[in-house]
Design a protein around this ligand. Structure first.
Ligand code: ARG
Length: 438
């Protein structure tokens, strides 16, 4: 039907006009016209590349200033707190308003609050600012331009927060420093595209468990390896220099020069590799009772945080997890009692078990001390196992992950009424601070 209609309209098309068109588009004109179009497109692409691709460069600055019309709150010191998040979002929105609406505002890319600290006049803000300016500009010249925009706008605009003008200072920083500052947050899992990872599904195990699907899913996980003997234990990155692990991991060998730590979701090849400079065992570790099974290992050179290597958050010593809280344990340990180490990192979801239940006669019969934490299932089946020792038991608090346990001991693996026993990290929060300052 459609076909028939087209035919009719073509037949009715005025013949004269059709001929005139043919004359206008003679081959020479057509060629010239095409040439002109190509030239225009070429020039346009040239101009765009000139300004956008070739000649623009990112400029990063560390900005610090005082905000005088708000009072400092205790929780501003904790980056994962609601108070910190709300206040920093407000500051970031305000900064983008200042730059976006000004002339040349398209050059502002983003800002990010790093730290809020107390001041007699209010609150000190430390933040990273990112701009794009022509690469022919110097960091100092761009700095002047930014300062000019800022000073103009602080005068004119009605802003919710009062920035003390003389306190404002800008320091140029390089890309690496900027990344380190942005990545200094703890307990964050991101994919390579910097998107936060979704929470994991709930049916996984290390013993009969699942391999971790993605790089960067557990970016604080490390493997501790004894030179010549391979993987011995897990560990967790708590800063760019320090690993938290179990004291019993060093029963065979306490000499740091004999150990290396690797990061990434496979043991071979590792994503990052470091040697150890120092091993600190808890002074009151008792091998017979497994009490105070906690140790720190310092890397000889710091690691750079990325989406594959991140630190986990240390919980406040006051934090208490109720029984049956969902937590995750990860490691390269065996998947059956006395089996081999796994090359790919595995994870398991387990649940916390109260010490009262865990100390029952039919469970661990009083062996659980206040420095220990039980997690697993009374029916068994899901558990950490040999080689997972020293690794993390983590808790997800609104997409920020806290280490609540260190794999320590258990009777065999995944047996009914014999859950995993972990070092209770909250009990050692002050000990960790006393040794590392973290
Ligand atoms: N001690 C063991 C190791 O050296 C790990 C103990 C964990 N056992 C357990 N059933 N959760 O790797």
């Amino acid at each position: 039907m459609m076909y028939a209609q087209v035919e009719i309209s073509e037949a009715e098309y005025p013949r004269v006009e059709y001929q005139r068109r043919q004359q206008f588009w003679d081959p020479i004109r057509l060629a010239l016209f095409t040439l002109a179009i190509v030239a225009i497109i070429g020039i346009a692409i040239g101009i765009v590349t000139h300004f956008v691709v070739e000649d623009d460069k990112s400029f990063y600055y560390l900005a610090s200033f005082k905000v005088t019309n708000i009072k400092y709150k205790e929780n501003y010191g904790i980056r994962s707190s609601r108070e910190f998040r709300e206040r920093s979002h407000q500051i970031e929105r305000m900064i983008s308003r200042i730059f976006r609406r000004s002339s040349g505002g398209g050059r502002f890319i983003k800002s990010h609050v790093i730290k809020l600290s107390p001041d007699e006049q209010g609150v000190n803000v430390l933040m990273v600012l990112m701009f794009r300016y022509p690469s022919t500009d110097s960091a100092e010249r761009v700095k002047k331009k930014i300062e000019r925009i800022l000073h103009q706008n602080l005068k004119i605009k009605q802003l919710p927060l009062t920035i003390n003008k003389p306190s404002f200072s800008l320091t140029p920083i390089d890309n690496k420093k900027m990344r380190n500052l942005l990545n200094s947050r703890c307990g964050i899992r991101t994919t390579s595209s910097n998107m936060p990872l979704p929470a994991s599904s709930s049916t996984e195990r290390i013993v009969q468990g699942r391999e971790t699907a993605m790089d960067g899913e557990w970016p604080w996980q490390a493997s501790l390896q004894l030179v010549g003997a391979g993987h011995q234990c897990g560990a967790s990155l708590i800063s760019n220099m320090w690993l938290l692990t179990a004291a019993h991991c060093f029963r065979r060998n306490k000499d740091p020069s004999q150990w290396i730590a690797t990061f990434g979701t496979t043991i071979t090849p590792p994503a990052v590799k470091r040697s150890l400079g120092k091993i600190i065992l808890h002074e009151n570790y008792h091998r017979d009772t497994n009490e105070n099974d906690i140790a720190l290992a310092q890397l000889t050179t710091r690691v750079e945080f990325s989406n594959i290597v991140q630190r986990v958050c240390l919980p406040d010593s006051s934090i208490k997890l109720p029984p049956k809280t969902s937590v995750f344990v990860t490691g390269f340990g065996s998947i059956v009692d006395d089996g081999p180490t796994q090359n790919k990192l595995r994870q398991a979801r387990v649940e916390t078990i109260s010490t009262d239940v865990c100390n029952r006669k039919d469970v661990y019969d009083g062996l659980i001390t206040p420095g220990m934490l039980c997690a697993g299932f009374m029916e068994g089946k899901v558990d950490a196992c040999k080689g997972d020792s020293g690794g993390p038991l983590v808790y997800d608090n609104h997409d920020i992950w806290y280490i609540v346990g260190i794999v320590s001991w258990g009777q065999s693996c995944a047996l009914p009424k014999k859950p995993g026993v972990y070092t209770r990290v909250t009990k050692y929060r002050d000990w960790i601070a006393s040794k590392t300052g973290i």
